[in-house]
Design a protein around this ligand. Structure first.
Ligand SMILES: Cc1cc2nc3c(=O)[nH]c(=O)nc-3n(C[C@H](O)[C@H](O)[C@H](O)COP(=O)(O)OP(=O)(O)OC[C@H]3O[C@@H](n4cnc5c(N)ncnc54)[C@H](O)[C@@H]3O)c2cc1C
Length: 332
């Protein structure tokens, strides 16, 4: 494995901010990864997937590890399901396309999410009423401190809304993920936008659902090649009953969704829009005109400008509505 020094990270983050990594490596196997961790035991470490959910505000004085494990392997199957292992470096949407083309269902609603396979469990990626946790049966990883290999069952991953044990502890480098996909498919209405897109089709097939999602996402989201961004910047806040009632007094039309025992989820995009920040631009940074939750980079290479704009939105939403928006994006 080649170890590189002073590597520019601009091509490795979808916000395209400039920063360099003092040490950079792409281990291709679990053994190479463990060896790297042990060799650089004293160094700070940062794990990089495809860079769609993070950006840099300064140089990284340590080792950037970009897992390079590839491969898609069938581990078990019967008439009902198939267990497939995919390497961390596999491109997420290619993997979804592969599964749909073979008639395996479970991931179709997660089509076109920009991600590596290895990052999919980190924040339990989700879209259109589906979360990846419902298909994951095992996550294979290496401890970032000791270099030891470990396998996690679904339960051990402690998945939550945009959350997992991997995100909470930052202690593991994921090397591959095992998904259990179904060999049958029956479309269930879960999401209004999607049902509207499928109008006129009596019994949507797996491919038709994937294609519909790709069409919706392409229409709605900015192309990160033209307008660098990291998708939704903030998490939807989860409120207690008291917080919900307080918000309802200020914003009677605020939407609320039941978030189980944890309370009530409201829309971060709605709050940002009501705070006057939809399509607002400051210097080279702004929110996307068609989606208040997406911060876009109009031409800066300085990640601090994005972080400053994020803070401005947080302060304004807090001042007006008493709610602190938490970033979903990682800032290094
Ligand atoms: C246009 C756009 C649309 C998006 N839409 C959605 C959406 O609909 N739903 C959704 O959930 N997300 C969405 N996102 C966010 C993004 O797609 C996910 O967070 C995705 O999982 C990021 O994958 P990545 O490989 O780029 O991870 P990175 O951005 O490289 O890393 C994200 C975090 O995971 C860690 N990490 C990455 N790989 C590993 C690994 N192998 N082991 C351990 N830690 C690792 C990193 O250290 C970092 O903390 C969107 C992003 C964009 C740009």
């Amino acid at each position: 494995m080649t170890i590189r020094y002073n590597v520019q990270l601009q091509p490795y983050n979808s916000f395209r901010t400039r920063a360099s990594a003092r040490i950079f490596c792409e281990p291709q196997t679990v053994e190479e990864l463990s060896e790297t961790i042990r060799t650089f035991s004293e160094e700070k470490k940062l794990v990089l997937g495809a860079g769609f959910n993070l950006f840099f505000t300064r140089d990284f004085d340590g080792v950037v590890i970009k897992p390079g494990m590839r491969g898609i392997t069938t581990l078990a199957e019967n008439d009902e399901y198939i267990d497939i292992e995919a390497g961390a470096a596999e491109e997420w949407d290619q993997f979804v396309g592969f599964s749909v083309s073979h008639g395996y269902s479970g991931l179709e609603n997660l089509s076109l999410i920009p991600s590596s396979v290895g990052a999919s469990p980190i924040q339990n990626i989700g879209a259109y009423g589906t979360e990846v946790k419902d298909t994951i049966i095992r996550v294979k990883a290496v401890n970032i401190c000791s270099g030891e290999y470990h396998e996690f069952t679904n339960e051990e991953c402690a998945f939550g809304y945009r959350d997992s044990i991997f995100k909470r502890t930052g202690r593991y480098v994921i090397t591959s993920v095992v998904y259990r996909l179904s060999k049958t498919f029956a479309y269930k209405e879960k999401y209004v936008d999607l049902s509207r897109e499928l109008e006129g089709i009596d019994v949507p097939t797996l491919s038709q659902v994937r294609d519909a999602i790709i069409r919706i996402r392409t229409r709605k989201l900015p192309d990160f090649n033209l307008l660098p961004n990291a998708g939704s910047f903030f998490k939807n806040p989860v409120l207690t009953m008291d917080e919900k009632e307080a918000l309802r007094k200020i914003l009677p039309d605020a939407p609320f969704y039941n978030a189980g025992d944890n309370g009530f989820k409201t829309s971060a995009a709605f709050l940002i829009e009501k705070a006057g920040y939809k399509g607002r631009r400051k210097g080279m940074v702004g929110t996307y005109e068609r989606h208040a939750l997406i911060i876009v980079n109009y031409g800066t290479e300085n990640g601090q400008e994005i972080a400053d704009f994020m803070e401005e939105i947080q302060q304004e939403v807090k001042r007006q509505f008493g709610i602190l928006l938490e970033p979903e994006v990682w800032i290094f």
